[in-house]
Design a protein. Structure first.
Length: 269
């Protein structure tokens, strides 16, 4: 397995070959299938630890590997971030309550390729303010994806996301960003979810990366708890996140992590 296949741009971003899209599609498809399969398990009274155990089993049953188990000491097959947890929530005994919203983030390795995706879920009845947050975050992701085409810049992606979020009087988290991936988990570029159009590296066919905006109902500031993983909003406002892995094509983009069941948004489909 050659982790260094393809060429590097002057910004250190790897350009993959057309045949490599197939490997990313397989990895992304498995990650998306797992997130579909876990959806019926998200309910009031369920624990995040049970959800993670199920995800771990699905990864193993598929003959794949979890990219997060053992990553910098992390020991779970998913990150599960509830309510005001922005990202990297650790699964465990926490019991879901009526109206809780949660992001589940899964990364799998299939034949050396990394499939990385996350989406929002709700336990019980979705509160109106949480529904609006989820809708704005989902649509912000799509605004960013629609800016992906050769010749555009990463600043175009960030600006599209930021403009949509802030026009809805919410805030974009600055402390975490998307990233390059392929045959490695994290690589250049850092994909910021804010910025100025026309700035940053130019997009080229063959780039693979995630777009994964985190949006807060309140202020954008976060803090990491004593476990060195869990990031929460400083003002304890609700946070939401959606993530797709994408590749730049000759005339636009290809999404590697589409939900096969149309379940990417918790109330669509």
């Amino acid at each position: 397995m050659d982790k260094n296949r393809g060429r590097l741009t002057k910004d250190g971003i790897r350009i993959y070959e057309p045949a490599d899209f197939d490997g990313m599609m397989k990895a992304g498809a498995l990650a998306a299938e797992i997130l579909d399969a876990v959806a019926p398990m998200v309910k009031v009274g369920q624990t995040t630890g049970v959800l993670d155990d199920a995800i771990r089993g699905m990864v193993e049953d598929a003959g794949a590997k979890s990219a997060t188990i053992g990553y910098k000491g992390y020991q779970h097959a998913s990150c599960i971030s509830v309510n005001h947890v922005v990202c990297h929530g650790i699964p465990g005994p926490k019991v879901l309550k009526d109206g809780d919203i949660l992001n589940i983030d899964v990364t799998v390795i299939v034949d050396g390729w990394y499939g990385d995706t996350s989406r929002m879920y709700v336990a019980g009845k979705l509160p109106r303010k949480a529904e609006r947050l989820i809708d704005v975050t989902h649509d912000a992701l799509w605004k960013g994806i629609e800016a992906v085409r050769p010749g555009n810049t990463f600043g175009d992606i960030g600006q599209a996301i930021q403009a949509h979020v802030e026009s809805n009087r919410m805030s974009v988290v600055r402390d975490f960003c998307g990233h390059g991936l392929g045959r490695v988990f994290h690589a250049p570029p850092n994909v910021l979810h804010y910025g100025r159009a026309g700035t940053g590296a130019k997009l080229e066919e063959g780039m693979f990366f995630t777009i994964e905006p985190m949006v807060n109902l309140g202020r954008p500031e976060t803090k990491v708890l004593a476990d060195d993983w869990t990031a929460v909003t400083r003002d304890k406002s609700l946070s939401a996140q959606f993530e797709h892995s994408v590749g730049v094509t000759a005339d636009g983009y290809q999404i590697f992590t589409h939900s096969p069941g149309g379940l990417f948004h918790p109330t669509y489909g």
